[in-house]
Ligand binder design. Structure first.
Ligand code: AMP
Length: 126
């Protein structure tokens, strides 16, 4: 049985200095590849694969675990958007991953999906 480490849950950060909220507000520059009403997609500043973009909701959610059933449509939108970005870039294989909690490697406390492609991917991830 899986045990959840509650210390891993990053609380919703409503402060105005959230890095990705600041990118959404254009206070910090980013290489934006897509924008719509609900989401922003931009290149990761430290790419781990030839294609590495971040699919980010404009709504501030500290992590996936901070989402609620009210966010079901938003979460679906983010995943379908990742598929459309991959299709648009003719990526037949890609990895879509979110790190939830510091123990899983989350370093920015605003929900984001990494869309990675363009090189062989190992499993399990490190
Ligand atoms: P995670 O460690 O899963 O929370 O992912 C955070 C990602 O954000 C990392 O891959 C970072 O390289 C990326 N990142 C941090 N700052 C920026 C920035 N200013 N612009 C684009 N990507 C960033």
């Amino acid at each position: 049985m899986l045990e959840w480490d509650y210390k891993d849950i990053i609380p919703i950060d409503l402060s105005s200095d959230c890095l990705f909220c600041r990118i959404v507000r254009r206070e910090i520059p980013a290489q934006i590849v897509h924008e719509d009403e609900q989401a922003l997609v931009f290149k990761d500043v430290a790419p781990q694969a030839p294609t590495h973009v971040l699919v980010v909701p404009k709504k501030h959610l500290g992590s996936l675990a901070a989402s609620t059933d009210e966010d079901l449509a938003l979460l679906g939108h983010l995943q379908r958007l990742a598929c459309r970005i991959a299709e648009g870039a003719s990526l037949s294989s890609f990895r879509l991953v979110t790190n939830n909690g510091r123990g899983a490697g989350q370093s920015v406390a605003h929900l984001h999906y990494h869309l990675l492609a363009g090189r062989p991917m190992a499993w399990p991830p490190g």
